[in-house]
Design a protein around this ligand. Structure first.
Ligand SMILES: [Zn+2]
Length: 64
């Protein structure tokens, strides 16, 4: 069980001024943690599953 501490909970891919909440977090082998909203998380998930050392997927918490 990996525990990821996140220092930001806004999507890294959306414009920062949009302040879109992140629902998918991934730790990269470099140690960096990236966070994405449900939209971008879904878009990048295939790439992340190949590259990330750990992924937390909270997209089930999205209430559209
Ligand atoms: Zn986004």
């Amino acid at each position: 069980m990996h525990v990821i501490s996140v220092d930001a909970d806004e999507c890294d891919a959306c414009p920062s001024e949009a302040h879109v909440k992140a629902y998918l977090y991934a730790r990269m082998p470099s140690g960096n943690t990236v966070s994405y909203c449900a939209h971008h998380g879904t878009e990048y998930l295939e790439q992340l599953t190949r590259q990330a050392s750990a992924i937390i997927d909270l997209r089930h918490q999205v209430h559209a």
